[in-house]
Structure formats: structure tokens, C-alpha cells
Design a protein around this ligand. Structure first.
Ligand SMILES: NC(=O)c1ccc[n+]([C@@H]2O[C@H](COP(=O)([O-])OP(=O)(O)OC[C@H]3O[C@@H](n4cnc5c(N)ncnc54)[C@H](OP(=O)(O)O)[C@@H]3O)[C@@H](O)[C@H]2O)c1
Length: 283
């Protein structure tokens, strides 16, 4: 039985990766920063404590696994400082393969923290894949939900720009495909949905399932920043999110790729399907 380490196993992508691998009969070492969860066993998933920020528990987490899915949890700007120790432990433990999740556009500048991490993995000698997803559809039922449910508005500083949003269920399927096989080793995949939508079009699709009019309203970045700070985000991470939303506004999130279809043999989940599947969030 293969043993997989899954970072962020309680999170949106990691939880799906963990449950899908477990359903395939693998043993999952599910990493959590919550010490009270450590040691709990659910079928062939066992929770293991490590704090990626302090590094506590990281070495132990890699001790009994052959493959690992890693990423820097949201909230940390120097992502390379989180990811680098994970790559070093993977090398030290001679892992068979590592799959790293970054983000679409992460490879635009070699000095950007996520690209630094990608380059370290590429040069590590490990078998690897890098998965670079576009903005998640699921942001509309999490990060942006307050504006939608309290004001019937998607409130973002993204103008009329389009995004080829991707469903986290597609991301998880891609990760499972890559981490459990070796035929596509040492490649990076930019993954997107198949449609490119602006936020007026997103609002229309959400309106259909919510049964009320939801609209998009452009807001100044500074207003969104105040919202991020009020929600408790660290200021450097709020600034990072505004920076990448600025890239969205400039059109860098609009293109589509065929990676999901090429890797999974099926089309990516359409935004309308996502909206239908998650409609309880906006009712
Ligand atoms: N949202 C988007 O549109 C988007 C687009 C492209 C890329 N991404 C990237 O995709 C990745 C996955 O995002 P996601 O939405 O799946 O994340 P998520 O749902 O917020 O999950 C983050 C996970 O990280 C764990 N975590 C947080 N702090 C930790 C720490 N100090 N040590 C160990 N674990 C910690 C949490 O688990 P515990 O609470 O159990 O510790 C949680 O399961 C992130 O790198 C994100 O930046 C996101």
C-alpha cells in the first residue's frame, strides 16, 4: 500500500485529494496544524500534526511516506520559505514523487516566491509535477460570499476582465491523476476552466441559481483591502491578494488551457454546474 503525505488535508483541494486517494486504497498521512486532531484515524486516513510556519513536526511528517502533495497555505506571502523545507525533507527521505500546487502565472517572474519554490523542486532531482490552477470557482462560496449574500453584489476591483475560473474538484482530480502515476513526471500544468467569464457573467449565473438578482460592482482596491483587514488577514497577505487581483484586472487570468481535458479525458466543470452544485451557499 502506498503512503501519501497530503498538506492542507482539511482544506478545499487537499481534503478532496486525501479522500480520493483513500478511496483508491492508498494510505493518507493528512497534515494539519491543529494538534488536537493529530493521531485521529478515519479509515485509511491518519491525521498528523505539523506547523508549516514554524517547521515543527515537518521532518516527522515525511518519515513514512513515498509521495507527497504540497503547497503553501493561503495567508503566507513568502511561500518559498514554507515550501522549501518540504522539498528538502522530500529529498532527504528519497520520496518517489512530489506534486506541488502553485498558481496560474506563478512562473511569470523567476524571483517571485512561488517561482522560487517551483525552481527548487525542478532542480531537486525528485520526480515531480507542478500544478498551476487559475482562480477557484469556490471563492464565490467562500471569500466573496459576504458581499453576495448581504448586498447581492460581487464586490471586486477587477473591471471587465475575464477569468477562466476552475472548480477545486477538477484540481483535486488532476492532482490525484499526477501523484499516483509516473507517465507525466517532471512537467508543469497550467489548469483552467473551459470558459472565460467576466464578473457580470458570473453574477448572472449566480442569480439563476440563487433565485434573486446578484450583480457585479467594481470597487477600489483600497476598499477591498479594508475588508480583508477587517476579516483578520495580515496586511502583507492583503497586499499580495490585491496585487494578484490587479493581474486579473489586466487580463492575465483570461486564457484557457486544455490541461484538464488532456489529463482527465473529460471537460472541466462549467461555472453553471458549479453554481448549481453549490447553490445552497447563496439561497
Ligand atoms: N483560491 C484561489 O483562487 C487560488 C488560486 C490559485 C492557487 N491557490 C492556492 O491553492 C492552494 C490551496 O488552497 P486551498 O483553498 O485548498 O486552501 P485552504 O482550503 O485554505 O486550505 C489550507 C490548508 O492549509 C492548512 N494550514 C494552514 N496553516 C497551516 C500551517 N501553519 N501548517 C500546516 N497547515 C496549515 C489548513 O489546515 P489545518 O487548519 O488543518 O491546519 C488548511 O487545510 C493555496 O496555496 C492557494 O494559495 C488558490
Amino acid at each position: 500500500m502506498k503512503h501519501y503525505l497530503i498538506v492542507g488535508a482539511s482544506g478545499s483541494v487537499g481534503s478532496l485529494v486525501a479522500s480520493k486517494l483513500a478511496a483508491q486504497g492508498a494510505f493518507v498521512h493528512a497534515l494539519t496544524s491543529k494538534p488536537e486532531r493529530a493521531g485521529q484515524v478515519e479509515g485509511n486516513i491518519r491525521w498528523i500534526y505539523a506547523d508549516l510556519k514554524s517547521g515543527q513536526g515537518v521532518a516527522d511528517a515525511f518519515a513514512r511516506v513515498q509521495r507527497a502533495f504540497i503547497f503553501a497555505p493561503p495567508g503566507y506571502v513568502p511561500q518559498d520559505e514554507i515550501i522549501s523545507p518540504l522539498i528538502r525533507e522530500a529529498v532527504r527521505n528519497k520520496l518517489e514523487k512530489v506534486v506541488l500546487l502553485t498558481a496560474l502565472g506563478a512562473n511569470a517572474v523567476d524571483t517571485a516566491p512561488l517561482r522560487v519554490a517551483e525552481l527548487e523542486l525542478e532542480r531537486s532531482g525528485l520526480a515531480y509535477n507542478i500544478v498551476r490552477p487559475n482562480w477557484f470557482m469556490q471563492n464565490f462560496n467562500t471569500f466573496w460570499i459576504q458581499g453576495i449574500n448581504e448586498h447581492n453584489k460581487i464586490l471586486l476591483p477587477t473591471g471587465k476582465a475575464k477569468g477562466s475560473f476552475i472548480d477545486v474538484r477538477d484540481i483535486a482530480d488532476v492532482v490525484v491523476r499526477l501523484i499516483s502515476t509516473d507517465d507525466l513526471n517532471n512537467q508543469a500544468f497550467d489548469i483552467t476552466g473551459s470558459q472565460s467569464l467576466d464578473h457580470d457573467e458570473v453574477a448572472e449565473l449566480l442569480s439563476k441559481v440563487a433565485g434573486r438578482k446578484v450583480s457585479y460592482q467594481e470597487i477600489p482596491p483600497e476598499v477591498l483591502k479594508q475588508g480583508f483587514l477587517a476579516a483578520g488577514l495580515p496586511e502583507d497577505y492583503a497586499d499580495f491578494l490585491l496585487l494578484i487581483l490587479g493581474f486579473f484586472a489586466q487580463g492575465y487570468s483570461a486564457h484557457t488551457t486544455n490541461s484538464v481535458k488532456d489529463l482527465l479525458g473529460r471537460d472541466p466543470i462549467a461555472f453553471g454546474q458549479y453554481a448549481e452544485d453549490y447553490k445552497r451557499a447563496w439561497l
